[in-house]
Design a protein. Sequence first.
Length: 167
Amino acid sequence: MKNIIVGILVLSVFAIAGWVAYNGGAYNGGEHGKVIADMGDNVSNAKTKTITDKDDRAKENDALNALRSKAGTVSSFDVSDDYDRKCSSCHGINGSGVQGGKKMMGPKIFGQSSEELYQKLLDFKDGRKENAIMKGLLIPLSNEDLKVLADEVGDFSARAIAKENEK
């Protein structure tokens, strides 16, 4: 008897699934239907794009990469490529923790001594301080690399003062 009931339920489920598929899917209308229709339009438009669109996209990517490479030198002083790639996206271009008037994800590191920064970097790398992003960035670096990075960031305040005095 159990097998008969289960068989009827399975057939009912397949019948309902077939009926929904025949009537246009579960999201046949409303907002969901519009989203799915828009996605279908985008897919069909993507298939018909020409080679020149790819050239335009390549030009846009080149312009974007040029802007990204300048991001480390927008501050009042130059920073190394290592700092630019590894640190500036969270701590800001000059370590202030603020960029474009908005608070960044990482805290302010500007003004801290190189020894203090080096110890913090070691703590993140060794897991004594918990931060998955920092640990992931620091694991492949040697202690000498961390010292160089800490020395650079520790020198930011002196660089800023020197740059201000040049004006």
